[in-house]
Design a protein around this ligand. Sequence first.
Ligand SMILES: Nc1nc2c(ncn2[C@@H]2O[C@H](COP(=O)(O)OP(=O)(O)OP(=O)(O)O)[C@@H](O)[C@H]2O)c(=O)[nH]1
Ligand SMILES: [Mg+2]
Length: 346
Amino acid sequence: MKRCLGCGVELQNEDKRKKGYVRSLDQDYCMRCFRLTHYGDSLIDLRLDIKREDVLHAIKTDKRPVAFIVDIMNIESAISNDMIDALRGREVVLIFNKYDILPKYINSSKIEEYLDAFVSEKMQGIRVIDVIITHKYDDHFAELFLDTLNNHQISEIMFCGNVNAGKSTIINKLIEGSKLTVSRFPSTTLDFNVIKQGDLTFIDTPGIVDEGDLSLYVDEKELKRLSIDKTIRPQIFQLYEAQSYFVESLLWLDVLPKDKGSVVFFVSNNLSIHRTKMAKAAGYYDRHRDDYKLKLQLDSAKEIGINDAKTEIEVDGLGVIALNNIAKIVVHHDKRNKVTIRKAAF
Ligand SMILES: Nc1nc2c(ncn2[C@@H]2O[C@H](COP(=O)(O)OP(=O)(O)OP(=O)(O)O)[C@@H](O)[C@H]2O)c(=O)[nH]1
Ligand SMILES: [Mg+2]
């Protein structure tokens, strides 16, 4: 059986519309990988083809050490209970990726402090042997990572994590020769893919599908607009009275400041944010909800009281919203989209 070097899927030359199609079986990359790499289109949408529980089960039954790749914008949803369960007792190198998308002014020691607290609180029972913060342009990553493997005498390691976290991108930084397929489409890697590099074995895995991720519920055009690939230019708003903010028709946030407060949106630079007085928000939503032709339904949500001077909202697949000196919020979001209130990391 021959597998695609880019996505790990079994190759076949019978059905063009199915995964793994090649014109001739002597080719190394399937048609989909070829299209993704050279034309940036996905041909066949496979986002819902890979089941979360199947991938987690396969990871759990494999006892090899794991490099757990987490998108820095998606910490709370990536480090989920079922993922932690799959990693229990394993040696794990925890890699926070895509650091380049955070604006330079953000204090790295504050993020590190947040991550340290997160790891010791939520990842008990897992042998986290190293925590690395990196990004795809980081020239020191390979050396650092290979040192860690060497120090712990690890020769085989699986790269796991949510879809689009950057697993294949990271492995490409470690290998020579044929490269794995990477793309902004969720579920680029379709099957477990074993790559040998000298004495080391790296295993790329299909991303874990995160049902709370907004990108699952928008079309291809919208996905391109909301995915963050460049350094974020934060959108900052000062407020003295109750205000509402609309991230297009993707999210609606009501905010009541303590006295003077601020709200900072870390989302894709392509997205525009509309601000209005809270009293006018419902009318604005009714008038504009169809403008974007999205099938999202922003649910009526509960009021949340905020105690800390600095808090953040992590909106799965959209970004992070920082709240400074805010008393209360209401987050209206699509009910499938996961929203977490967390301590400030940025
Ligand atoms: N800005 C930025 N983009 C990144 C980084 N790492 C990966 N990406 C981008 O994120 C997208 C997903 O990367 P992949 O390597 O395909 O992610 P994956 O985890 O293998 O995804 P699946 O195979 O779908 O599970 C691509 O568009 C990458 O270019 C990074 O450090 N910074
Ligand atoms: Mg991949």
